[in-house]
Design a protein around this ligand. Sequence first.
Ligand code: UTP
Length: 479
Amino acid sequence: MVTRTEQETRARLEEHGQGHLLAFWGDLDEAERAALLGQVETIDFALMNRLTEEWIHNEPPAERFTHIAPVPAIPQADPARPDVREALTAGEEALRAGRVGLLLVAGGQGTRLGFDGPKGAYPIGPISQKSLFEFHAEKIRNLQRRYGCTLPWYIMVSEANEAATRAFFQEHGFFGLGEENVTFFKQRMVPCVDESGKFMLEAPSRLAMNPNGHGGAIPAVVENGIAEDARNRGIDTLSYFQVDNWAVKVADPVYIGYHVQHNAEMSSKVHQKNAPREAVGVHCICDGEYRTIEYSELDIYPQLLETDAQGHLRYFAGNPAIHILAVGFIERMYANYDTFPWHRAHKKIPYLDGSGKRVKPEQPNGYKFETFIFDALRFVNHGPVALVIGRAGEYTPIKQFDGSNSVQAAWTAMGRYWADWLEAVGRAVPRDAEGNPAIAIEISPEFALTREEFLEKAPSMELPAEGDVAIGPNGESLA
Ligand code: UTP
């Protein structure tokens, strides 16, 4: 039976040239029909028409800057410097006062990693098989103990991984953080489009959609009452991180300190690019505004590849996507979100062909549209603070299993980082010709977040005399 909603939906789809989405209507049962209609209801047709008009039927919109300058940045923190000690004190005060919460974006599809589950559930511990979520939770437990505070953890998920993420936390008892301190909230989804701008079906009753990018955190935080919850808890500062950065220092006190000292609205860590064409965005000042230029735009701005007389990149400030955002800034950005630029990615998107056969394309066949959190930087009135970091112990993004930015690269990087701690307490670490540890190493961040803490606690630790080393949250050996 044709329902009124179906008629309306059919007319709406036809009007926007997307009538093919109901091609298999006759084969669907009631529940599937309801699901499909519900999904179509979530589509912002005005937005999608604008995006396909701008990006598919015309030349993509491009900004061109006439004057670009390197971003001013605070040099890497060295505790010998008075400004670093002052920032530490300010950050510790903010933590003790309960002003800080955590904003984790974990709504992505993780397609490159190809793991069957939310990316945060990936068993990254080389020995313990502990998940990325558990490592982050152990960092939180460490900080809560140290500063006698609660760090509410706001986790952005999407339609695609919400149920599995909630179930994972439930199964693990919320990692001892208290269910009331872990809040999941959902970002919006947008339809994927084929190369002619048509929406795609991934099943007879389901459109192919993707989460609206980590920039989707701006509306999602406000619309899901996260900003309000933070305010009610006395929190004005959110430490933003991405689930696939295993090493990330969550709520880093020195970083928070600089942010609050500058009364900044948004801050960024930046790392030295390791090659002019490294595939990371670069923080710059463009025509007077703070921007992150994507690596795909490097050829538009060849000055970004320039080095100085000493061979150092002038535009060195790579973007590891570690930010601090003021709650009030997110609320202010909510009003600006409609002006955020969208970014387009050419992707392989599985779809149903006209006969209803599922096709897994070998080549990119369509586009995903996303917004990015770093685009908020241009709107900042106070700050932004940019703090230089080294990569070791700060930035190990996990995008795929091997190659660059991979699980294997992260195991090696963290192995080297922790090997240095072990050697400092007299534990020999065999190494290969490149200096990489020839054993597997992992140290719980609940036991020690920093080298100093590790050295302090070393006497309470069980350290196997040889072979792999895995130290648990209480200093126990897991190897
Ligand atoms: P990536 O851009 O690396 O995407 O996300 P991804 O989904 O993890 O992986 P691919 O590209 O499909 O292989 C960086 C961070 O931003 C989050 C991810 O969960 C990850 O923590 N993210 C990304 C979102 O929360 N929502 C999005 O829409 C996109």
